[in-house]
Design a protein around this ligand. Structure first.
Ligand code: GLY
Ligand code: MN
Length: 461
């Protein structure tokens, strides 16, 4: 945990923004895998971690915006628990770690919430995303648990997003630690990327590294020679020469800050000419986009700029044709780059996504596009100092999508469908880094991770 002052300061900022009612923050509980006592790896709720820092199941926090008091609700362990779990800190000791003197057992939570409701005080809460917490909220507020998301407080959501979007120096240093763990994971994956090795072996090795060096992976590892499937979690292939392996993997630190890095490695460690052709374009889009990030620029502008670099590169190869600006404005490039340039990152790898993507990345003035490709951009607004983003352009040869568009004659004025066959074996290539927006521009977080063709080949050798 950070020092208690960090959490006290964050709560005090929220108190100043909110003024009335109470806020209820439910921490996560243990989630059973196949029977109640056999649980998944525990992951605390990120908003609970942000304001209270306590990384244990079975806790709730209350902030009373009128009295200015904060409370931790939780149950002290009894002797039966101690036999299995060993001695545990009391709820009072835990609350002191985040600077809160007031505690109560969980059985009192209902009384507190009911009292606020009967006093016509607003009970603010964030959108629940786990079944257990939907049930608890439904039961506390006497509402249908399935509808709890719609009762979440827009005022609280906006206040929390405004705070969590701008990273504090202690958070940036955690994210850099997470990137440095990812660096070890990626260098290991590159070194293992040889013919005859299984994807599973590489996946398991780098997942182990994430656990050995931090709190595990920030999201399920994407690692596949079929990188044209954007989120490929199947690891059943044996690597063969001529294929490329996409590794999209990040770690969490012990304090749960994340990293999200993608590298693409030719099996056997040497790029062929067609692999170089496509890799070079993605690399230009990655470095070109990063070079332009900074305050005053918007993520949508950077996204479109990266798409233009990709379309221009594909035109040089004869895969696209016509006017590049027009092709991108109409969305033709999305055949090859169907996703957004990146997302915010922090305590969540897609930071705060549980609070609602449009609250984070769009506004009354900036609305989400419905164009294929651009519609998947998670954040379209201007960058501000303290924001942390991923920049992750890619080029993909998705057989089903190419066949569909070709049969529809879609964008045939911009796409040379007859040339795609040559490049199908490339599959997909994505290159992703994590970038901090600074007062003057940006800084790529963590130690450099091999990225150029020369650097990747050198690591593999
Ligand atoms: N790393 C996976 C993603 O950004 O969606
Ligand atoms: Mn990402």
């Amino acid at each position: 945990m950070f020092k208690p002052e960090v959490y006290k300061k964050r709560r005090s900022t929220l108190h100043k923004m909110m003024k009335t009612g109470i806020a209820l923050f439910l921490g996560n509980s243990e989630a059973p895998m196949n029977y109640p006592a056999n649980t998944y790896h525990f992951r605390q709720d990120s908003d609970f971690l942000y304001f209270f820092g306590l990384d244990l199941p079975g806790l709730a926090g209350i902030m009373d915006f009128e009295t200015g008091k904060d409370w931790i609700y939780g149950n002290d362990v009894d002797i039966d628990d101690i036999i299995w779990m060993g001695p545990q800190p009391s709820v009072r000791d835990l609350a002191a770690k985040c600077g809160i003197p007031n505690t109560a057992p969980l059985s009192r939570l209902e009384e507190t919430v009911r009292k606020a409701v009967s006093g016509k005080r607003k009970v603010h809460f964030l959108p629940p995303y786990r079944g257990e917490n939907k049930m608890v909220l439904g039961s506390l507020l006497k509402e249908n648990p399935c509808g709890m998301k719609t009762h979440a407080s827009a005022e609280l959501i906006k206040a929390v997003i405004s705070m969590r979007s701008v990273k504090e120096p202690v958070e940036i240093s955690e994210i850099e630690k997470a990137v440095d763990i990812a660096r070890e994971m990626h260098i290991t994956a590159m070194k293992m990327c040889k013919p005859g090795v299984s994807e599973q072996e590489i996946f398991g090795t780098i997942e182990g590294l994430a656990l050995a060096k931090g709190g595990g992976t920030a999201f399920p590892v994407i690692l596949s020679v079929n990188g044209q499937t954007l989120h490929n979690h199947a690891h059943g292939n044996i690597l063969k020469k001529g294929k490329m392996m996409v590794t999209d993997a990040g770690a969490e630190t012990n304090l749960r800050y994340s990293s999200d890095i993608t590298r693409t490695t030719p099996v056997g460690g040497k790029f062929s000419q067609i692999q170089k052709d496509i890799y070079g374009i993605v690399l230009n889009a990655n470095t070109g986009a990063i070079a332009k990030t900074g305050p005053g620029k918007s993520n949508r502008e950077i996204h479109l700029m990266a798409c233009r670099i990709i379309a221009a590169g594909l035109k040089d190869l004869g895969l696209m044709k016509g006017d590049v600006d027009e092709a991108v404005a109409k969305g033709a490039h999305a055949l090859f780059m169907p996703h957004g340039i990146g997302h915010m990152m922090g305590l969540d790898v897609h930071d705060m996504e549980a609070l609602g993507e449009d609250y984070i990345g769009y506004s009354n003035k900036v609305k989400r596009s419905d164009q294929f490709g651009l519609a998947f951009l998670r954040f379209a607004l201007e960058y501000k100092p303290g924001h942390v983003f991923t920049i992750e352009p890619g080029i993909y040869f998705i057989p089903e999508l190419i066949t569909k568009w070709k049969s529809e004659g879609k964008f045939k004025e911009f796409i040379n469908y007859s040339r795609t066959g040559k490049y199908m074996s490339v599959g997909g290539i994505r290159i992703e880094d994590d970038v901090l927006i600074t007062e003057k521009g940006h800084r790529v977080l963590g130690k450099a991770i091999p990225k150029t063709i020369k650097e990747v080949e050198a690591v593999c050798a």
